[in-house]
Write a protein that binds this ligand. Structure first.
Ligand SMILES: *[C@@H]1O[C@H](CO)[C@@H](O)[C@H](O)[C@H]1NC(C)=O
Ligand SMILES: *[C@@H]1O[C@H](CO)[C@@H](O)[C@H](O)[C@H]1NC(C)=O
Ligand SMILES: *[C@@H]1O[C@H](CO)[C@@H](O)[C@H](O)[C@H]1NC(C)=O
Ligand SMILES: *[C@@H]1O[C@H](CO)[C@@H](O)[C@H](O)[C@H]1NC(C)=O
Ligand SMILES: *[C@@H]1O[C@H](CO)[C@@H](O)[C@H](O)[C@H]1NC(C)=O
Ligand SMILES: *[C@@H]1O[C@H](CO)[C@@H](O)[C@H](O)[C@H]1NC(C)=O
Length: 346
């Protein structure tokens, strides 16, 4: 009925021995047992570190943005130099992308977009800085399952956009526009250098945070990498540069969670989709993602999330993509959650 194959994968110094029971084709999912899965000093590090790249590659021509990325930013991403003695106000910016109530299971979707504003007292000019998907949220959350290519195809780059102007009405009306501090021109110029580097080396968007349970002592298996994480990194960098930041209100952010037992490493496109013994796994991953094709609108994206929820509750399996590699998540209750929770300023 089932065949067994043994394979050793060396990946980032990790030695992984996979025992695969490739079931016959009527089986819903391929069963994988990991005998050992650890880095060379014996223990896996959680959360798995987000991989940094030497430089950002151009995105594949298959990925076509419906809305241009950063239309009013400098084409080369240049950030203007400020006079060292300038006083720059820093603003916390937040606006809802979508609010939606779906039963008690997923609660109220409170999907917010976060950004940071800067205003120079020397020139009177102001600027918005944000980090977001090149091809929208759906494309960063679900890949394209294509006829012509076996591995699911991801259009998941995300990047920083810096442009002149702050659209007060856009942020204020249903969201937040709050001054949270002041920095010098010199601190701003230092921050600008850091943003360029962060933007070159952190190239892909990750929607999900994966952890063991909703409790306070849960283990985080994977961290998201999205607009709010960029805002937190920027605040931390500002604090390191000596800035004092404070808010009069609670600073809450959207988190999209998956809950699972300890994840197991599966491999990357090459080791899974170019490897006949793992044919069943390859098929399962394609099948898994086939149900959630990336969608154009926020509404369709939400519908896909609901489908994902129902599928995951039923099958207790999620093929998770991180650092351009796949992991198996043994999903458990409450499976998927969208929260709007406090992350204090540093
Ligand atoms: C998502 O990617 C597909 C494939 O490139 C593209 O056709 C579509 O326009 C993208 N969606 C958005 C909203 O950019
Ligand atoms: C970040 O990278 C994107 C993609 O290459 C680019 O369009 C953008 O201008 C860069 N942003 C900054 C602030 O360097
Ligand atoms: C940014 O500049 C515009 C144009 O001068 C102004 O209308 C707006 O109030 C400024 N916003 C902030 C937060 O400084
Ligand atoms: C704020 O919310 C109201 C009611 O939901 C909506 O009509 C309006 O377009 C929103 N404004 C902005 C700037 O998003
Ligand atoms: C979490 O861990 C702390 C410190 O180890 C402990 O005092 C606390 O009781 C734990 N809380 C829960 C809910 O397990
Ligand atoms: C903000 O986060 C706190 C703690 O995480 C939570 O108790 C509160 O309800 C949140 N506020 C909103 C408006 O959701």
């Amino acid at each position: 009925m089932s065949q067994v194959s043994l394979k050793t994968i060396n990946q980032d110094g990790r030695q992984t021995t996979v025992l695969a029971h490739a079931c016959n084709t009527t089986c819903l999912s391929c069963f994988l047992v990991l005998i050992s899965s650890q880095n060379t000093n014996g223990r896996r590090v959680w959360p798995v570190p987000y991989r940094r790249f030497d430089r950002r590659p151009p995105s594949d021509a298959y990925c076509q943005a419906l809305y241009p990325f950063c239309p009013t930013g400098d084409p080369d991403g240049r950030i203007p130099n400020m006079k060292d003695s300038d006083v720059i106000s820093v603003f916390r910016l937040q606006t809802p992308v979508w609010e939606f109530k779906y039963g008690d299971l997923l609660g109220k979707f409170h999907i917010m977009h976060d950004a940071i504003g800067f205003a120079s007292s020397d020139t009177g000019r102001n600027y918005t800085m944000e980090w977001y998907e090149l091809f929208q949220l759906g494309n960063c959350t679900f890949p394209h399952v294509r006829e012509d290519i076996l591995p699911p195809f991801w259009c998941n780059q995300g990047a920083a956009c810096f442009f002149e102007g702050i659209d007060d009405v856009h942020w204020k009306q249903n969201g937040t526009l709050e001054k949270v501090g002041e920095i010098s021109g010199e601190q701003f110029n230092n921050l600008a250098r850091w943003v360029k580097e962060d933007n070159e080396t952190g190239i892909y968007y990750e929607t999900w945070t994966v952890r063991s349970d909703p409790g306070p002592n849960s283990t985080t298996w994977f961290d998201s990498y999205d607009c709010s994480q960029f805002v937190h990194r920027t605040y931390r960098k500002l604090a390191k540069l000596g800035a004092k930041l404070s808010s009069k209100t609670q600073t809450n952010y959207t988190k999209i969670y998956l809950y699972s037992g300890e994840p197991t490493y599966l491999g990357d496109d090459g080791s899974i989709f170019d490897n006949p013994p793992l044919k069943t796994l390859a098929k399962d991953i394609r099948k898994f993602y086939h149900s959630f094709q990336p969608h154009q609108s926020m509404f369709q994206f939400i519908l896909s999330l609901i489908e994902a929820y129902e599928k995951v509750v039923l099958e207790k399996t999620f093929y998770f993509f991180y650092n351009f590699e796949y992991w198996h998540l043994p999903m458990k209750s409450p499976y998927i959650q969208i929260t709007y929770e406090e992350v204090p300023l540093p």
